[in-house]
Design a protein around this ligand. Structure first.
Ligand code: GDP
Ligand code: MG
Length: 436
């Protein structure tokens, strides 16, 4: 996948003390190939590589202390810029209701994301109304109604009336019932055609949406970008919702949409559940594509605190699944030196959520030590054998509680999982897929 390829390139760069122009050229050739394979638009790749090269070959890099890292930093910065730099918000109308029109091909995720958006806005204190304008399949109306019920958001539908009429009536209803955001779900086709565009244009001129959001499936790579280009030309869009980023995605769409259409990606869909939507953050996306979180900061922090030899040993143990509670204790003491654990974890993409409840502070550390010291060496090696009666004994021996012992065992398990992911797959593989 893209992440793996880029990481390999960067690993080689990092290993070098001083970079020559040839090194940079070679690395950029690899970056170019990786991006093209990830289905990033050809022209976007060309411009991107040229920009990075221009900056990287400048004296600031070649003469700096860690040229390899400088190049990675530039690639990262340019990627963020390519995706628009900052996270874009939706336009809220000063005079309610704010009207959001969702457009896109069939199966892109319009209906799902209409509901996800409504759910998100509701949590922000808004009162959304979902509108069923996909009248061509009875199942489409039902689908929206089911989702609406699930998230407790009203759904407006007039059966198979003309979509334009449904949209207009829905605004009237929103006005009379105090709903401040109207989200219009529309029909899609398998391919872009005049009928689809005509209908969308009619709805647009009838209800004058503040926001026309195009829903595109990230899995379709460069096709997604072509779709975005056509919709923008034919209808005019304000932003994109890039869906199915949780899947085996190559990254091409995310990197090209803004550059090709000029329209920002505003939201990312990352699953089928109603909360699987997030504002699109170019920085986060670049980190994911580069597969290394805020890798520079992390490397710097880790290097200053970790004894490298020790880290190697630990890695070996992890690979051989020999990581014990004794090592856990050791590891926690090491991590403590690196600063608050949560700030380290935030730098690793996808990691924050998994370890939200792992908190390490001084007082806990003392308890952790006491608990582990109250275990037999067999228990430290094989914590799975610690059931209720052993927990009781350990709690008593360490002057803690059964709950605390349980909590530590759970943390250990999570730590084991995290360390495994870090050593096997530093990029979390979100965009790594098997395709590249
Ligand atoms: P529409 O035809 O554009 O309205 O598309 P739907 O909203 O009906 O979605 C089509 C399918 O894609 C459904 O099975 C959704 O559950 C699924 N889907 C939508 N968004 C996502 C996403 O972000 N991730 C994943 N994994 N599936 C999604
Ligand atoms: Mg639909």
């Amino acid at each position: 996948g893209l992440s793996e390829k880029l990481q390999e390139t960067f690993k080689r760069l990092r290993g070098k003390g001083k970079l020559t122009e040839d090194d940079v050229n070679e690395a950029m050739r690899e970056v170019r190939m990786a991006l093209l394979e990830a289905d990033v638009n050809f022209k976007v790749v060309k411009d991107f590589v040229a920009k990075v090269k221009e900056r990287a070959i400048g004296s600031e890099v070649l003469e700096s202390l860690s040229p390899g890292q400088q190049v990675i930093k530039i690639v990262n910065e340019e990627m963020v810029a390519l995706m628009g730099g900052v996270s874009s918000k939706i336009n809220i109308s000063s005079k309610p209701p704010t009207v959001i029109l969702l457009a896109g091909l069939q199966g892109a995720g319009k209906t799902t994301h209409g509901a996800k958006l409504a759910n998100m806005l509701k949590k922000q204190g808004k009162h959304p109304l979902l509108v069923a304008c996909d009248i061509y399949r009875p199942a489409a109306i039902k689908q929206l109604q089911v989702l609406g019920e699930q998230i407790k958001v009203p759904v407006f539908s007039l059966g198979t009336e003309k979509p334009v009429k449904i949209a207009q009536e829905s605004i009237r209803q929103a006005n009379s019932q105090g709903q401040d955001v109207v989200i219009i779900d529309t029909a899609g086709r398998l391919h872009i055609n005049e009928e689809l565009m005509g209908e969308l244009r009619d709805i647009k001129s009838a209800v004058k949406p503040q926001e026309i959001l195009l829903v595109v499936d990230a899995m379709t790579g460069q096709d997604a970008v072509n779709v975005a280009e056509s919709f923008h030309r034919e209808l005019g869009i304000d932003g994109v919702i890039l869906t199915k980023l949780d899947g085996d995605t190559r990254g091409g769409a995310a990197l090209s949409v803004k550059a090709v259409t000029g329209c920002p990606i505003k939201f990312a869909g990352i699953g089928e559940k109603m909360d699987a939507i997030e504002p699109f953050y170019p920085e986060r996306m670049a980190s994911r594509i580069l597969g290394m979180g805020d890798v520079l900061t992390l490397i710097e922090k880790a290097q200053s605190a970790f004894d490298e030899k020790k880290a190697k040993e630990m890695e070996q143990k992890l690979r051989k699944q020999e990581f014990t509670l004794d090592d856990f204790l050791d590891q926690m003491q090491q991590l403590k030196k690196m600063g608050p654990l949560s700030s380290i974890l935030e730098m690793i993409p996808g990691m924050g959520k998994q370890l939200k409840d792992v908190q390490i502070n001084e007082k806990d550390m003392a308890h952790v030590e006491a608990i582990i010291h109250s275990m037999t060496s067999e228990e430290r090696r094989k914590p799975v054998i610690i059931k209720e009666s052993r927990k009781k004994r350990i709690a008593k021996g360490s002057g803690t509680s059964i709950q605390e012992v349980g909590r530590l065992l759970k943390q250990f398990e999570q730590m084991q999982k995290m360390m495994k992911q870090l050593t096997n797959n530093p990029g979390m593989g979100m965009l790594g897929g098997g395709k590249g």
